[in-house]
Design a protein around this ligand. Structure first.
Ligand code: SF4
Ligand code: SF4
Length: 383
């Protein structure tokens, strides 16, 4: 496998000198930034899922984005930083995201913070699921894309790192539509892998200095891991990221999807790693163990369907409103692609029969009131 090298180095904090040093060190085994030529237009696709202060560990840390921009500018590149949050893809929303992340300083350095909110239609003949999709057009202006993600737990996909970050190429409020188009987690993961294959970033870097555990990817708890990870391949990076936080690769649907296409080594042991990854392994990391993807089997006989339904009822995770935490803001109802949440008596009420378990409600609840509930049996079996 050509690009299976994954590099991991220490980054003690977000102090500028540590960020710069760690970036140089993590990229060195991958050939550094020698591929950057004067005049090259580079888009850094960050994770700006929502407007959040950097210390909440929701977004790629601005000090790392600024440090990388400086290194690229020093080589004569033109840098654009962008992403499409889960909210509207408009100037009002993005300006708030940039301000909360503290990125104004980047503009003073000559970095462009993307304000082109136009969209474009893609057709991808070799895609497994996303043969046609709409994406954020600013990426077309780049000669190369660098995917700079954040390591976080995730309600639907278990892991938010390199592969999942490319879902941010789908414009704003269009994202729930894609959940509705691909309600089966395996199909959704295949769609994400299609996006990775379509955009083919030249480099993937993961901010795992302070990661997010628990109710991720927006309402979890910051967790210090103290490292940066980089690779030319998103799935190899994710394989190491998953192992680092204690997830088995089969628990991450995008890694399983990449394996089905031979895009990632079959076994973690076959990964080519530069750096002592075990030194960054936390004693404990609260993951969202969600085995929904493995509950989808292709047995279409009556017995197969009945068995699958019974297994799902016993093991499938579902969204749940935490008692006393909901403020009735209605954000979950607005993002729910199945339109199955009602605000009743000032609280969110889920009509479960239509729920497709996409966990958009959990991802975008501003109060962390929507959580991923695992059944007692799943917890007992650790499924
Ligand atoms: S988004 Fe959260 S706080 Fe707002 S109504 Fe839904 S569950 Fe309640
Ligand atoms: S209730 Fe939540 S998990 Fe269910 S379909 Fe709506 S957004 Fe998705």
């Amino acid at each position: 496998m050509k690009n299976d090298l994954v590099s991991i180095v220490s980054c003690a904090d977000y102090a500028d000198e540590h960020c710069t040093q760690a970036l140089l060190e993590v990229l060195e085994p991958l050939g550094g930034l020698d591929w950057v030529t004067p005049g090259m237009r580079i888009a850094i696709k960050a994770n700006f899922v929502s407007a959040a202060k950097p210390e909440r560990a929701v977004t790629t840390h601005p000090r790392l984005l600024i440090a990388l921009s400086k290194l690229l500018i020093a080589r004569g590149a033109h840098v654009t930083i962008g992403d499409s949050p889960g909210n509207f893809y408009t100037a009002a929303v993005l300006n708030r995201v940039y301000a909360m992340a503290g990125l104004e300083e980047a503009e003073a350095l000559g970095v462009t913070l993307n304000r082109d909110f136009s969209e474009k239609q893609a057709y991808s003949e070799h895609a497994v699921q996303a043969k046609s999709f709409t994406y954020t057009r600013y990426l077309d202006d780049a000669d190369a894309i660098i995917n700079f993600c954040k390591l976080k737990s995730h309600g639907m996909m278990a892991l938010s790192a390199a592969a999942k970050n490319l879902f941010g190429t789908i414009p704003g409020t269009m994202k729930p539509e894609y959940h509705y188009r691909f309600p089966n987690p395996n199909d959704f993961a295949d769609m994400i892998v299609d996006l990775d294959e379509y955009f083919k970033p030249v480099l993937h870097i993961c901010d795992a200095v302070t990661a997010m555990e628990g109710n991720g990817p927006t309402q979890g708890t910051p967790k210090f891991l103290g490292c940066l990870i980089a690779s030319k391949d998103p799935h190899c990076l994710d394989l190491l990221a998953a192992k680092l936080i204690g997830l088995e690769p089969y628990e991450v649907p995008t890694i399983a999807a990449a394996k089905r296409r031979d895009l990632v080594p079959e076994r973690f042991e076959d990964l080519n790693i530069s750096g002592d990854w075990e030194a960054f392994r936390p004693a404990e990391f609260k993951c969202i163990r969600n085995r929904n993807s493995t509950l989808f089997v292709n047995d279409t006989t009556m017995f197969g369907r009945l068995t699958q339904k019974a297994i799902r009822i016993c093991l499938e995770s579902r969204p749940q409103v935490k008692t006393g935490a909901c403020i009735g803001c209605g954000r979950c109802a607005n993002v729910c692609p199945a339109h199955t949440i009602e605000i009743k008596n000032g609280k969110a009420l889920i009509h479960r029969q239509n729920c497709i378990k996409c966990f958009c409600c959990q991802e975008f609840c501003p109060k962390g009131a929507m959580v991923v509930h695992r059944t007692a049996l799943a917890r007992m079996l650790n499924k």
